[in-house]
Ligand binder design. Structure first.
Ligand SMILES: [Zn+2]
Length: 147
């Protein structure tokens, strides 16, 4: 049948029913609800899962960091999300401050401060376009992304 390729694709993303057969009990204290496909937590307590917790913790940290970063003269953590994310972005492309602020969803001043800090740490090069926009580039030669 023609639907065979999509079926095999589905099997890649959906856990094999054979290995998770039967039901399980939610491990949340005092819940005891039956879960499907052998999951350790019911849908109401999925936040108890270590994996979900670690993702939520990352998102929380990112939110806090973003709030500080977007403040006038707010600090930038060199171990934080935005510093690392910018370094990762620079591996493939160079950015103007405007493009970087859009890419990271932070305000323009925050992007400018991030660029200054990365350049100060000698992890990237700060420059300007012919129109006077601040640019940041990795230590290799890349195409510049404007806006
Ligand atoms: Zn539960």
């Amino acid at each position: 049948m023609s639907d065979e390729p999509s079926l095999s694709l589905l099997r890649l993303v959906i856990p094999d029913g054979g290995t998770h057969k039967g039901t399980s009990t939610c491990q949340h204290e005092g819940c005891g609800k039956t879960t499907r496909e052998g999951k350790p937590f019911c849908s109401a307590h999925v936040e108890d899962s270590p994996y979900v917790r670690s993702i939520l913790a990352i998102l929380c940290e990112r939110d806090e960091e973003e709030a500080i970063l977007n403040k006038k003269n707010g600090g930038i953590q060199t171990q934080g999300f935005f510093f690392r994310e910018t370094l990762l972005l620079l591996r493939s492309k160079d950015y103007t401050a405007k493009a970087l602020s859009r890419r990271l969803d932070i305000n323009h001043h925050a992007a400018e401060r991030l660029i200054v800090l990365l350049a100060k740490c000698r992890l990237a090069k700060r420059g300007t376009t012919s129109r006077g926009d601040t640019t940041i580039s990795g230590l290799g030669l890349r195409d510049l992304v404007e806006e």
